[in-house]
Design a protein. Structure first.
Length: 258
């Protein structure tokens, strides 16, 4: 398995595939970095640390049914849902840098670092769930096992770095949110380069990855029916003609005997 992945990464004929694999692994890294970073940063949002941590956990509950519904819709699918959640979470984190540092009144009493952090936690939780399904469908069967292992490794690296990001507030109070926002937004935009896998057959070999034949099963079924329709009609007509000839020959033999 290890040799299979090394062969893929070193082969000069698969430069696009190397970029493809790096993109998939980068998404797992970013999801883990932002998810655990926002969770560990809950104590620095002001107010009760217990309330912040409780809200950070509760906000994940609607994330699961939301992502399950969206990834199975043909107008959204895996790719667009992942890109939307990552980009929205990145934008929510970036907006924090434009908010006043001290507690404000009016509209800033609602749109503050706490509410935007919870919005980011909601979106990154959904993206984290989607990326597990999406990456398993992107890898070909021959390297899926080792590919998922590599993604898990990069995810753990993101989790290792995450606790150090909130400490950047000693440099500038909104700097942790800038890191989460830039990585999330960039990852969301790059996810648009990946193919859609909803209702598509899983790739089997490395050559399938090179061809990138991601076609929907519905269109394939229609195409097959279109191709098989005239062929079946020709077969049935040919079969009926052969049966008529057999009956005609049998009638001639019967007349000759009589």
């Amino acid at each position: 398995m290890r040799r299979s992945r090394i062969r893929v990464l070193k082969c000069p004929a698969v430069k696009a595939e190397r970029i493809f694999i790096c993109l998939v692994e980068a998404h797992r890294f970013v999801c883990s970095l932002v998810y655990y970073g926002l969770t560990l940063n809950a104590g620095d949002l002001g107010g009760s640390i217990y309330a912040n941590l409780a809200l950070s956990g509760l906000i994940e509950i609607p994330a699961y049914p939301l992502c399950i519904y969206l990834i199975n819709q043909k107008w959204f699918g895996r790719k667009r849902t992942l890109a939307a959640f990552l980009s929205l979470g990145g934008l929510a984190s970036l907006v924090v840098m434009f908010l006043p540092e001290k507690k404000a009144t009016g509209v800033f009493a609602v749109i503050n670092s706490r509410s935007l952090s919870l919005l980011g936690k909601l979106t990154i939780s959904s993206a984290f769930n989607i990326v597990y399904i999406y990456t398993s469908e992107l890898y070909p069967t021959v390297i899926r096992n080792v590919g998922m292992g590599a993604c898990s490794m990069f995810s753990r690296v993101g989790g290792i770095i995450a606790p150090f990001v909130p400490s950047l507030k000693s440099v500038q109070w909104s700097l942790p949110f800038v890191v989460f926002g830039v990585t999330g937004l960039l990852s969301g935009l790059l996810s648009l380069l990946l193919p859609e896998t909803l209702n598509s057959p899983l790739l089997e070999t490395i050559s399938d990855l090179q061809v990138c034949s991601y076609r929907r099963l519905g269109s394939e079924a229609v195409a097959l029916q279109t191709l098989e329709g005239p062929q079946s009609d020709r077969d049935s007509s040919a079969g009926s003609e052969s049966e008529d000839e057999e009956f005609y020959d049998a009638d001639e033999e019967t007349q000759m005997i009589t």
